[in-house]
Design a protein around this ligand. Structure first.
Ligand code: ATP
Ligand code: MG
Length: 420
């Protein structure tokens, strides 16, 4: 081991496990790509003010979890703690919303950074795949995103997850509820910090994970009893559309998001095999965010799914992903001439799209066959001087153990027909 280790709260993705992460990212992205979402990539850091305004000054993310720093040039930046604010900033900057093609539908995949207390499923560097649909208020769009996330998880083989759904109201009905909740919270026995939170952002108190706080919240007023008619109708439409799609969900009247800009539809995907870090993903509508960061009114909806926790959820359910074999053919040359010939064959196979690898270094036959086994290759080609003199290589089927001679000039076509 070297003197250096990965920083606290981080971990490395290393083969073969790393293949699972790629597969999860791919599986989450596939339904999005298939539904009109275009890929967007933004910088790993932004002006700190974007997050302060876009995520919310009073959120844990901004007050406690952000990696903020000043550059040598004096710029105030922060490593991105989440994706939505950056994606919206980029869309506004590129004027995507002015192309007359709303909603702008985008998906992203990347690393996010939060200074958290590290635990299983909670890291300081983690990975998300996210989707945002910007500039349209349409219950079908909210439903689309929930259905696509459900499809992504199911395509991976996940079954023990639940979708929690709620509406947070809008700028008409939420303030009335906010008052009622505040009045209720002020009558509770809460610590000073929580009381302060109740003043600034009372909805977030509902999200408090401490059992003693949760107990006091049993009789808290519920937003659902305060929704205006428009919000009620909107929410009912979302519920009907996802039900019609065969996606089941649970109404969770106390579900709020940790971010200030969410309005109306809000949802979370939880997995029951993950202990306290149970949220594998979440999202909702954020009709107010664009204006908050200096853009025009652009009602939008999106989600972010956590890749790390999705991998943990797969492990908790014992799901084995069907990962494509990383190597189909492994070449074992015995001697210099065989080395040149087989290396050429490996290159040809690779050009045809067949995953092929080669025994490098000067291993003996035994060591090379061990590498062939480890590679997981279905076929091994072995050649020594005598084989080449006869114009053949030995083709070994690693599953059956059968071995036979195949002409040097036929081997590539033979493997192509077997594997193609
Ligand atoms: P939590 O309540 O668990 O802190 P969150 O509400 O902060 O989650 P979001 O900001 O909604 O999470 O991020 C979306 C998803 O990203 C989460 O559902 C989770 O899967 C993942 N995620 C968030 N923070 C972390 C982290 N520190 N480590 C690993 N995954 C994370
Ligand atoms: Mg969090």
């Amino acid at each position: 081991m070297s003197t250096f280790q990965a920083p606290k709260g981080t971990y490395d993705l290393i083969p073969p496990e790393s293949a699972k992460y790629l597969a999860v990212r791919e599986a989450i992205a596939a339904p999005l790509r298939n539904s009109g979402y275009g890929y967007i990539e933004t910088p790993g850091f932004e002006n700190v003010e974007l997050f302060a305004r876009g995520v919310g000054e009073s959120t844990d993310i901004v007050t406690k979890e952000m990696y903020a720093f000043e550059t040598k040039g004096g710029d105030q930046l922060a490593l991105r703690p989440e994706g939505t604010a950056s994606v919206l900033r980029a869309a506004l900057e590129a004027n995507l919303h002015k192309l007359g093609n709303l909603p702008v539908k985008l998906w992203y995949s990347g690393s996010y950074y939060r200074y958290e207390r590290p635990q299983k499923g909670r890291y300081r560097h983690f990975s998300q795949v996210g989707a945002e649909a910007i500039g349209a208020e349409d219950p079908a769009l909210d439903a689309e995103l929930i259905i696509l996330a459900d499809q992504a998880y199911r395509s991976l083989g996940l079954r023990n997850f639940r979708i929690l759904l709620n509406s947070l109201g809008d700028k008409e009905c939420r303030p009335v509820y906010r008052e009622a909740l505040q009045t209720f919270l002020r009558g509770l026995d809460l610590d000073e910090e929580t009381l302060r939170r109740a003043d600034i952002n009372p909805l977030r108190v509902l999200d408090d994970k401490r059992p003693d706080v949760q107990k006091q919240l049993t009789d808290a007023p519920l937003l659902r009893d305060y929704l205006c008619d428009a919000c009620k109708a909107y929410h009912e439409e979302v519920r009907q559309l996802i039900t019609a799609a065969g996606v089941s969900f649970e109404d969770d009247p106390k579900l709020v998001r940790g971010l200030d800009y969410y309005t109306r539809t809000t949802f979370e995907f939880v997995h029951d095999g993950l202990g306290s870090q149970s949220a594998v993903g979440g999202g909702g509508r954020y009709d107010g965010l664009s204006e908050m960061i200096g853009g025009p009114a652009l009602p939008s909806v999106g989600w972010a799914l956590g890749v790390d926790r999705t991998v943990l959820a797969l492990e908790a359910e014992g799901v084995e992903l069907e990962l494509p074999a990383s190597t189909s053919v492994f070449a074992v040359p015995l001697g210099d001439e065989a080395r040149r010939v087989l290396f050429t064959k490996v290159t040809e196979l690779r050009k045809l799209g067949i995953a092929a690898d080669f025994s490098y270094g000067s291993k003996g036959l035994k060591g090379a066959m061990k590498s062939a086994n480890r590679s997981g290759a279905r076929y091994t080609i072995v050649a020594g001087e005598r084989d080449l003199a006869e114009g053949v290589v030995q083709l070994k089927d690693m599953e059956s153990g059968d071995q036979r001679a195949v002409g040097v000039n036929e081997i590539v076509a033979e493997l192509e027909s077997k594997l193609g």
